[in-house]
Design a protein around this ligand. Sequence first.
Ligand SMILES: [Mn+2]
Length: 326
Amino acid sequence: MKNDLLKKIGEVINSNHSFLIISHKNPDGDTIGSNFALSESLTIEGKDVISYCENDVPEDFKFLLNENINFTNKVEDFSNKKFDVTIAVDGSDKKRFSEFDSIRLSSKIIINIDHHKTNEYFGDYNYVDVDACSTASIIYDLINILNFKINLNIAKSIYTGIITDTGSFRYSNTNKRTFKIASELMEYGINAWEIAEKIYENIPYKRIRLLSEALNNLYLTANNKIAIMSVTKNTLKKYNATYEDTDGFVNYGRSIKGVELSIFIREEDNGCKLSFRSKGNIDASKLAEEFGGGGHFNAAGAFIEKPLDEVLKIINNTISSKNYIL
Ligand SMILES: [Mn+2]
């Protein structure tokens, strides 16, 4: 069944020419890797492809850019253009994609490819596989179904999506298929250390300073099973930091012995971005839903339009009133 749908999507791709491939905002390695792998693959096949995300490519993933990827973060670059097909990768709902409504109008067909269980099936074709470790692994299957070429760059993009979404093969979404694909990608000449070094061992000094401030205010609650840590917008300003500089901070709370859920709060101009990471049997998406968010079992997020001090109170109240994992 699933395979039939992916085949059908392959036929739609085969029989059309112009494509817009869109990544969700605040892009991660999976949405960027999926986008670039598909963009390059279709470009090599002679299709007309634009790759778009409202944010620039995060520094960590810039090494994936090359002349076969026509990337822009400016909607003006294609607002006069019509597309046969728009493919949205790794986003659970259309709000994750900026300008979606105008993109909808300029595209004949929308294809939605994702692995989030909260996906809202906003496309004309929706391939949502919650068992896939990453969207990038679905893109790998799709390129293979199409019988399109995979080169080293495409392999690197897919591999990046897989390692960033699985925490380098550590998270519970890592499965047999994950390793199978990773092993097949090695055939294209991937150097695992080289990619890991580009992504994980290339941290700007200011980000480490920022992390030290965040760790400084980390505290445990709910019988030391929940870790909470935050950064204020003033601290972000102090280090001239971007939002992406706090990526991964939430994992430090979860790495503490005995902690089952980590919450990281980033204060932004119009509210607070909450990230939840759990280990064991705690459903992070359930707590995220309490705050109007969602996500995966072990990784979820939400946004509260209130300043940090109020958000901390709300979280503490919710945790104690719900007897959350006590
Ligand atoms: Mn993903």
